[in-house]
Write a protein that binds this ligand. Structure first.
Ligand code: NAP
Length: 289
């Protein structure tokens, strides 16, 4: 069995954000490096956006191979990268950077992670209608990737307030840049939402509603909006079964949570840094079961 040994040649990868100590990413990446016998290591650094330029400049000098960004650094990194992938450009945020010869190439793997999790759960949503609750950072990444991958229609739902205009703008950007048809709906407009959900194939909760410790709430006040043919997915993974998923299961909908989105966004970053596939079955068994 391989051991993870730090040598004079060890290639560094990292997570930058604040806070970072709760992250499962170091466990997942270091175990994957060990399993594949790669002389790489992954460390976490608590870095706020005001320090990000200083740290990424140092990473260039130190020839750090790549790094992940978590909140609140994802949008700041967008300004600091040398090149931005087309999907990260549409999302407006970066969660993975690869360094090649002193240049920082920026990506966003969150949406890729979600779309892979859909496949992993045994579903095919290409050419279908998706209803997405939320238009924050994670929702934006999912919306853009779903559209790029070929979801036919995307309805972005947000509660009334300043962010609703963000939803309208996002829907417009996606419609202009992909072949996906987009529309928006207010979360509070239950009669419009019921009609929209009636034709949908999948409903995805990308709001923070239902996440512990507020796990006794659901983003959908009225569960009769759901129907048994609808796939209901939550990107929250704490708790493993959210109230929304419980409501959906009671109606007979297939459901899955956000655990494998987390796994697959990491697997894509791992592939970008190492050129190798993460050993998914072993990582799943050890950290995602
Ligand atoms: P964010 O940028 O803060 O966005 C939060 C979204 O939730 C916004 O659309 C917000 O709407 C909505 N929201 C918040 N409170 C609400 C309420 N009471 N009623 C209705 N809508 C509400 O957060 P994020 O980074 O996108 O994360 C969202 C969730 O996804 C979190 O639970 C996070 O843990 C999870 N996540 C999971 C993964 C994964 O890998 N599985 C990855 C990233 C995030 P307003 O703007 O109107 O407030």
């Amino acid at each position: 069995m391989n051991e993870l040994i730090i040598t004079g040649h060890t290639t560094l990868t990292a997570l930058l954000g604040s806070p970072v100590t709760h992250s499962v990413s170091p466990l997942m990446h270091n175990e994957a490096f060990r399993l594949l016998g790669l002389d790489y290591a992954y460390l976490c650094f608590d870095v706020t956006p005001d320090k990000l330029k200083c740290v990424t400049d140092a990473f260039r000098v130190m020839n750090v191979r790549g790094f992940n960004l978590t909140m609140p650094d994802k949008t700041k990194m967008f300004e600091l990268a040398d090149e931005i992938s087309p999907s990260a450009a549409m999302i407006g945020a970066v969660n993975t950077v690869v360094q090649e010869n002193g240049k920082l190439y920026a990506y966003n793997t969150d949406g890729i992670g979600y779309m892979q999790a859909v496949k992993d759960a045994g579903f095919d949503i290409i050419g279908k209608h998706m209803v997405l609750l939320g238009c924050g950072g994670a929702a934006t990444a999912i919306a853009v990737q779903a559209a790029l991958d070929g979801v036919k229609r995307l309805t972005i739902v947000n509660r009334q307030g300043a962010s609703y205009q963000k939803a309208v703008k996002l829907a417009d950007t996606i419609a202009k840049n992909t072949s996906c048809q987009t529309d928006t709906c207010l979360l509070e407009d239950t009669s419009a939402l019921k009609q929209i959900i009636a034709t949908a194939h999948i409903l995805t909760n990308a709001t923070s509603v239902g996440m512990a410790p507020m796990d006794s709430v659901s983003p959908l006040a009225d569960e009769t909006l759901l129907h048994p043919e609808l796939i209901v997915s939550d990107i929250i993974y704490n708790p493993r079964t959210t109230l929304l998923m419980k409501q959906a299961k009671a109606i007979g909908c297939p459901t899955f949570n956000g655990l494998y989105m987390l796994l697959y966004q990491g697997a894509e970053a791992f592939r970008l840094w190492t050129g190798k596939a993460m050993p998914i079955p072993q990582i799943k068994e050890k950290y995602f079961s």
